[in-house]
Design a protein around this ligand. Structure first.
Ligand code: AHN
Ligand code: ZN
Length: 328
């Protein structure tokens, strides 16, 4: 819409100037041609994932979803790679894991990396009802939402490639970290196991990206994305770029220029192990009594009913704005 309006304005100026010298450059700050993010499509990608059931590692639902993710990226025109590996958790469980990667403009040496974990937490241990603490999480928001936004971006990239290279990575075994009842030491390395694997064993030798953007829980009702601590610490210019893109699009209240907390999330390992500047788009709701990530975090209520398409849309549009304005 916005782009066609710009073109129309350009035409009008050109025509109304008649024979006099008129040029499109007289129009203030024309933006790059940015595709339209479709939130219904993104929502359907969440539904597809939650329909498998909780994607907890070592389950059939998880295996089936991994296969679907790679098939989907392939259908969307990406060059695909799947990493199949095992990893061991804090409670000594061996997990059968898959990282799924799709690349656009694979030959380009200027790349950005879009990341989301796709696994579901095995226990809803923050549920208000203790009877649910051992049940797995549907993870519509905490897992599926980030994947869905990236898949919709992939669909847009298939229709019109950006100038730079883009890699989409769906990371496994993010969410098998210990709960509050854990008696041992709470280590950062208990989270983001799939990312740690990828960071030590990238899908391409010597893989580098200009920067990485992690999406975690980007579809919750009432979300607000503040500037996460490690993101500022390691990658402030990327935070500035993304938050100012959101502001330009009118999403300043969803992406307030306000600092949030520090989150041990996949981006932490991308910064520290892969040494790629990585930021996290993750909710920060300091006044939410259930969790600062939002009311459904690690509960049985993290399901499709509590997804807000408007939030998906704001995040998706912001990312497309960033991607299509990035110069090689
Ligand atoms: C911690 O709570 C230590 N990290 C949160 C990372 C996370 C879990 N993201 C989604 N689920
Ligand atoms: Zn989680």
């Amino acid at each position: 819409m916005k782009n066609s309006a710009l073109i129309l304005t350009a035409l009008f100026v050109a025509i109304s100037c008649g024979g006099r010298k008129a040029s499109v450059s007289a129009i203030p700050a024309t933006r790059a041609d940015v595709p339209e993010f479709n939130a219904d499509s993104a929502f359907s990608y969440i539904k597809h994932q939650t329909d498998f059931g909780p994607r907890v590692p070592n389950t059939e639902s998880h295996k089936k979803c991994a296969a679907w993710l790679s098939k989907k990226l392939y259908e969307l025109g990406a060059e695909c790679a799947v990493q199949h590996y095992s990893t061991v958790t804090f409670d000594k469980t061996e997990l059968d894991c898959y990282n799924v990667i799709g690349s656009y403009n694979p030959q380009s040496t200027t790349r950005i990396l879009l990341c989301s974990h796709w696994d579901s937490r095995p226990w809803a241990d923050n549920d208000p009802d203790p009877a649910n603490w051992k049940k797995p999480v549907d993870a519509a928001n905490d897992g599926a939402s980030g994947v869905a936004v990236i898949l919709e971006i992939a669909r847009q990239m298939q229709a019109k490639l950006p100038e730079i290279g883009v890699d989409c990575i769906f990371l496994d075994a993010e969410d098998w970290g210990p709960g509050d009842d854990f008696q041992g030491q709470h280590l950062e390395s208990y989270w983001g196991l799939g990312t740690q694997y990828w960071a030590r064993n990238p899908h391409k030798e010597g893989y580098k990206a200009r920067y990485a953007i992690l999406l975690d829980m980007v579809g919750g009702k009432g979300a607000k994305f503040c500037r996460e601590g490690y993101s500022i610490m390691y990658s402030k210019p990327v935070v500035d770029k993304v938050w100012s893109a959101a502001g330009r699009l009118g999403y300043g209240s969803l992406f307030p220029p306000v600092d949030g907390g520090y989150v041990t999330d996949d981006h932490y390992f991308i910064n520290n192990i892969a040494r790629i500047s990585a930021i996290d788009i993750v909710p920060y709701l300091p006044n939410c009594k259930e969790s600062s990530f939002g009311p459904t975090w690690h509960t049985t209520h993290d399901n499709i009913e509590n997804i807000d398409k408007k939030v998906l849309e704001a995040v998706g549009k912001t990312l497309l704005e960033v991607i299509y304005n990035e110069k090689p």
